[in-house]
Design a protein around this ligand. Structure first.
Ligand code: PLP
Length: 238
């Protein structure tokens, strides 16, 4: 299938999942996870209707930005971000989805302050409690939400999660449901002071329909759009 056909097929599945959940499909945004794709493929995806690209790696993103590959789409950063690389991301993306620690949060705020802008962010929650994954614990969420409120140069828009790789279909629904509860709690708590929390980013190629059933507003899809990725062996990190 062509990229255009894949995009149409994923959108049809999103719409169907929304309808099954009694939700308006317009509430759900498809984020194309473009890691390892070329600038040319990214341009083709945008020409075929992709409105948001999600990048994982700072270096790839910088190269694509130099190529102006994302023209016509919004850009999210969705990968693990080291504190010493915030300069290459803050102010260059519409949404930084993967703020995974207080240290990173403060570094993002400091850099946004230097640029005299406000960076939209999500807090990444390690919902499966996996050692190997970054993200704050569910218990840490209220404290970090409070910190966000105190910082002048970040605007919290919601939460993001990457649950454990599921062995069985449906296995991650409980994690998605937990994320939704955290999201609703924040949204309700902050509604009074005018803060709009409107992003819950969860669900990938293997489970985005379950994520939509549990309330996702952003689904990050790579493989179902672009096909399988080659295995990565870069500098010893997999
Ligand atoms: C690669 C990636 C995705 C998309 O994964 P697929 O299974 O290929 O759809 C989503 N989110 C993040 C953070 C990713 O790194």
């Amino acid at each position: 299938m062509s990229l255009g056909e894949n995009i149409a097929a994923v959108r049809a599945r999103i719409n169907e999942a929304a309808r099954r959940a009694g939700r308006d499909p317009a509430e759900i945004t498809l984020v194309a996870a473009t890691k390892v794709q070329t600038s040319q493929t990214i341009r083709e995806a945008i020409a075929a209707g992709i409105t948001v690209c999600g990048e994982n790696r700072v270096q790839e993103m910088s190269a694509h930005l130099e190529d102006d590959a994302y023209a016509g789409a919004r850009l999210h950063f969705i990968g693990h971000l080291q504190t010493n690389k915030v300069r290459q991301v803050v102010g260059r993306v519409d949404l930084l989805e993967s703020v995974s620690s207080e240290k990173l949060l403060r570094a993002v705020d400091a850099q946004a302050g230097r640029l005299e802008l406000v960076q939209d962010i999500l807090l990444e929650v390690n919902i499966g409690g996996e050692e190997s994954k970054s993200g704050i614990t569910p218990q840490e969420v209220p404290e970090l939400v409070k910190t966000c409120q105190e910082l002048a140069h970040v605007r919290l828009r919601g939460l993001m999660a990457i649950p454990p790789a599921a062995a069985e279909p449906g296995e991650n629904r409980k994690f998605f449901a937990e994320m939704y509860q955290l999201y609703v709690d924040i949204r309700d708590n902050l509604a009074d002071n005018g803060t709009v929390i409107d992003c819950l980013s969860m669900g990938m190629s293997g489970d985005f329909e379950d994520a939509i059933a549990e309330g996702a507003t952003l689904v990050r899809v790579g493989t179902a759009l672009f096909g399988p990725r080659p295995p990565l062996h870069r500098g010893g990190t997999v």
